[in-house]
Design a protein around this ligand. Sequence first.
Ligand SMILES: Nc1ncnc2c1ncn2[C@@H]1O[C@H](COP(=O)(O)OP(=O)(O)OP(=O)(O)O)[C@@H](O)[C@H]1O
Length: 214
Amino acid sequence: MSYFSSTGMIRFKNVSLKLGGKQLLKTFNLRINRGDKVLLAAQSGSGKTSLLRLLLGFIDPDEGRIFWGKKEITPETIRKIRTQIAYLSQDVDFPNGKVKDVFQEIFEFDRNRHLNYRPEMLVEKLQEFDLSEGLLEKNTSMISGGERQRLGWILIQLLDRPLLLLDEPTSAMDEKQKQRFIDYIAKTKKTVICVSHDSDWQLPEMKVITTLLS
Ligand SMILES: Nc1ncnc2c1ncn2[C@@H]1O[C@H](COP(=O)(O)OP(=O)(O)OP(=O)(O)O)[C@@H](O)[C@H]1O
């Protein structure tokens, strides 16, 4: 079986995590299959963002193991695993620079070259998401929270990776925009883990997790 092919995509096995003196996970178990959609709607401060950060290898569990297919997530495996993940963080942190240059640079990384990015692809997406072409010339530090969030969505769509990790992905959007992204997630065949308190994200196809400490 190859590195990434497996129906059981992600598995948390007896994972415990304590941060800032607070127990967030205690022998936590979760299995996520390819194509599954999971909504983390546990209360504020319960560790939802930390769970995404565990999957990205930004933090390590105190106990237990996390698997991607048959591979355990470790410092040795995480780089390759990250090439399969598109992460939209709560604050959508873009590098400093003109929007058009930042996008160009992202797609010049070895792991993204196969996508054959062209600037026209970004222009097309800007139109689709009601963003002005003038944004291309703006510095990423000068754009609004709502624009930044939509640019984050554009990036994750263009990156076209099998696992989407979305942290409050529509918090800075109006209803119409929000619905467009919810519809995209409802239709996608990708595996999705979304953090949101917004009940509009509770799609029928989503497994909703309301508590992490059971
Ligand atoms: N690096 C860290 N050091 C210390 N404490 C941390 C760290 N990261 C997170 N925490 C704490 O862990 C708890 C869980 O944080 P986390 O952001 O994962 O929760 P959350 O469920 O995503 O919250 P929210 O819904 O409010 O965004 C919080 O009390 C937070 O202050």
